[in-house]
Design a protein around this ligand. Structure first.
Ligand code: AMP
Ligand code: MG
Length: 400
C-alpha cells in the first residue's frame, strides 16, 4: 500500500464505495436552502396558469388595429376579463390574463387614449406581449431533479408551483477529530513553547457548515494508541462519516492509521498530490473514515479535492461540481514534480482575461496561502509552467 495513488484513482475507488444517505426529511422551503433535493419535483400546474400580458397596455385582435377602437373593459392583474367584443380593445395590466378573443397586447406607450377610444400606432403582430400559459413550467414537467443542491432561485421555483415544503436529504453528520499533543484550543490560554493553536478544527467545521452538513466536533485526541482508538470508536458510533486531521504520516507518533486498521479497514493511503500526500481512507466498523494530513494547508486542499466529493455523494448530491477555469500563469514552475501540485493563487480579471498569481510561500504549513488566495492552480506531474501558459484553476469561492 505504499505506492502513491493518483487523485483520480483514489476518488474513483472512494466514490464507488460512497452510498447516498437515505435519511430524508420534509422541510419548509426556507429551511431547505443548500440541502440536496431527495426526489424529482413534478409540477401539477402550469406556470403561468393563463396566457397573460407582459405589459401595461391594450389587449386586442392584431387584425383589427386600423383606426380608433372603443375600450370595452378594464382588466387589472388578478382579475378575469370577459370575451373581447369584436372591434374593441381591453385596457390590460402586466400579469393580467388575456381575455378570450384577444391575440396581442400593445404597450401603452404605443397607444393614444382619447376618452373611451384608443388608437394604436405601429404594426401589431399576433402574440406580441403575451406570455403564454406554461411558458415557464408545464403541467407534468419535472421542475427540479433529485440530487441538486437547492439554491435561492430553486426555492422560488418550488414556491411558484405551489410547494410550501420540500423533501431533502437530512444533513450528513460528520465527526471531526484533531490529533496532536502539541495542539491547544484558541481561548484556552497562552501557548507554551512547542504548542500551537488548533486551526484545523475551525477550517473543517467551516467547510462542513458551508456544505450544509452537520459538524460534530470531537475535539483533540492525544497522540496515544488507546486514546485514539477510543475516540475513533466513539466518533464512528455517532456520525455518518469520521474525519481526522494529523496522525496519518509515517512517524511513530502517528497512531490514526494503525488504529483504523485495528477497528476496521484501511482501503487506501498516500496520494500523489502536493500538498496532501499522507491522506488515508477506510472504515471504522461500517462508518467511512477519511484521515486528512495535519498541515493546515493540506487539510484545506485534501478536504476539497477528496473529502468534499465523497461527502457530497453521501449527502445525496448528484449535481456536478462547478467547472475549473483556464487562466494565464503569471508565475513559473521550473522543476517538474512527480506529484500533481495544487498551488494557491490569486485570480484576477485583466484586459487579457483571467491571470493567476502565485502566493509567495507555498509551504503546506502556511495557512495564509489559502486565506490570501482565491484559487488552486493545478500543475500536473512532470510539467513545468512558463509565464503566459494557460493553466487550470479551481476557484475557492465555488468550493466553500
Ligand atoms: P502530523 O501529520 O500529525 O504529523 O501533523 C503535521 C503538521 O501539522 C504538524 O506540524 C502539526 O503540528 C500540524 N497540525 C496537526 N494538526 C493540526 C491542527 N489541528 N491545527 C494546526 N496544525 C496542526
Ligand atoms: Mg501529529
Amino acid at each position: 500500500m505504499s505506492v502513491l495513488l493518483p487523485l483520480e484513482d483514489a476518488l474513483a475507488q472512494m466514490l464507488a464505495a460512497a452510498v447516498a444517505s437515505s435519511a430524508v426529511v420534509q422541510r419548509p422551503l426556507l429551511d431547505a436552502l443548500g440541502l440536496a433535493l431527495a426526489e424529482d419535483v413534478v409540477s401539477l400546474i402550469a406556470v403561468p396558469g393563463d396566457d397573460n400580458s407582459a405589459m401595461d397596455g391594450y389587449a386586442l385582435r392584431a387584425a383589427e388595429v386600423s383606426g380608433a377602437l372603443p375600450v370595452s373593459q378594464r382588466i387589472p392583474a388578478g382579475r378575469v376579463g370577459t370575451a373581447l367584443q369584436p372591434g374593441t380593445a381591453a385596457r390590460i395590466f402586466t400579469g393580467a390574463a388575456i381575455p378570450p378573443g384577444a391575440d396581442a397586447v400593445v404597450m401603452q406607450e404605443n397607444c393614444e387614449r382619447d376618452g373611451d377610444l384608443v388608437t394604436v400606432s405601429g404594426p401589431v403582430t399576433k402574440g406580441q406581449n403575451i406570455r403564454p400559459r406554461g411558458q415557464d413550467i408545464g403541467v407534468g414537467e419535472t421542475a427540479l431533479a433529485a440530487g441538486r443542491v437547492l439554491r435561492a432561485q430553486d426555492l422560488g421555483l418550488l414556491a411558484s408551483i405551489g410547494h410550501a415544503t420540500v423533501s431533502v436529504h437530512q444533513p450528513l453528520r460528520v465527526a471531526v477529530l484533531s490529533t496532536g499533543d502539541e495542539l491547544r484550543e484558541p481561548g484556552s490560554g497562552e501557548l507554551q513553547s512547542g504548542q500551537l493553536y488548533n486551526s484545523n478544527r475551525y477550517t473543517l467545521g467551516g467547510l462542513l457548515r458551508a456544505l450544509n452538513m452537520e459538524f460534530i466536533d470531537c475535539g483533540i485526541i492525544a497522540d496515544d494508541p488507546e486514546a485514539t482508538a477510543r475516540a475513533l470508536q466513539k466518533a464512528a458510533a455517532s456520525a455518518d462519516v469520521v474525519i481526522t486531521s494529523g496522525g496519518v504520516s509515517v512517524g511513530e507518533e502517528d497512531h490514526v492509521k494503525n488504529q483504523v486498521e485495528r477497528l476496521g479497514k484501511l482501503d487506501l493511503w498516500k496520494l500523489a498530490i502536493k500538498p496532501g500526500k499522507p491522506l488515508a481512507y477506510g472504515r471504522i466498523g461500517d462508518t467511512p473514515f477519511i484521515g486528512l494530513p495535519g498541515n493546515p494547508t493540506s487539510v484545506f486542499v485534501t478536504f476539497n479535492l477528496v473529502a468534499r466529493p465523497f461527502l457530497r455523494k453521501m449527502q445525496g448530491i448528484t449535481e456536478p461540481e462547478a467547472p475549473a477555469l483556464q487562466a494565464t500563469a503569471a508565475f513559473t514552475v521550473n522543476k517538474p514534480g512527480w506529484r500533481q501540485e495544487y498551488l494557491r493563487v490569486s485570480v484576477q480579471q485583466s484586459e487579457q482575461g483571467l491571470v493567476a498569481s502565485k502566493f509567495s510561500n507555498q509551504s503546506s504549513g502556511v495557512l495564509s496561502s489559502v486565506s490570501h488566495s482565491n484559487g488552486l492552480a493545478v500543475v500536473p506531474p512532470g510539467t513545468v509552467v512558463a509565464e503566459g501558459d494557460s493553466i487550470q484553476v479551481l476557484l475557492l469561492d465555488l468550493l466553500t
